[in-house]
Design a protein around this ligand. Structure first.
Ligand SMILES: [Fe+2]
Length: 192
């Protein structure tokens, strides 16, 4: 059963995100979906041909984490955008953030700083289901640094393609635009 690319065109018009940037980003995301499907098919065909122990199989297998995570992280990212209202300070997520980081402001400062780190990747607010605790993580590329078994609550793309067209190298300005468009209801719905 192949993965299907989701339609995020309703995000066009978000303040601080040009149509050209978003459309390029959607195309890039669709590439991850197509490549994930292609890789899974290739791996199945190689295994069926008795080549499951080949170098070719191993090489394709290594790429699956990159493509799959590239697909899935973009889905979390686009789905936690498009919001028009700030976080409800009395809501479940805001109260949990305050409890785990001391205050909402502490968390936001740390999340922004995580996103502004040098390198390409993602800033991710994760929840550890074993303790319920929230933690900010830096995800390098798409596939390195995920905490095993944790639940993504808020995902921010900080690859250059996510902002350069609109902001050049001013990543903090893009991060500010991201914060202006967070869909807090979507993020809160992921909280356990
Ligand atoms: Fe991206």
């Amino acid at each position: 059963m192949a993965y299907a690319a989701k339609d995020y065109s309703s995000l066009v018009g978000m303040p601080g995100f040009s149509e050209a940037l978003l459309k390029n980003h959607f195309t890039l995301y669709q590439g991850y979906v197509a490549n994930t499907n292609k890789l899974i098919d290739t791996l199945e065909a190689l295994a069926k041909d008795g080549k499951g122990a080949s170098a070719e199989y191993a090489e394709q297998k290594r790429r699956l984490g990159w493509e799959f995570d590239g697909m899935r992280l973009h889905e979390y990212y686009f789905e936690n955008l498009g919001g028009k209202t700030p976080i409800d300070p009395d809501g479940r997520l805001a109260r949990k953030i305050s409890a785990d980081f001391g205050s909402y402001e502490n968390w936001e400062k740390d999340f922004r700083a995580t996103g502004a780190m040098r390198g390409i990747g993602w800033a991710a607010l994760y929840q550890d289901p074993n303790t319920g605790r929230l933690l900010n993580f830096w995800i390098n590329e798409h596939d390195a640094g995920h905490p095993a078994g944790c639940t993504p609550i808020l995902i921010m793309d900080v690859f250059e393609h996510a902002f350069m067209l609109d902001y050049g190298t001013k990543r903090p300005d893009y991060i500010a635009a991201f914060f202006g468009n967070i869909n807090w209801a979507a993020a809160e719905s992921r909280l356990k």
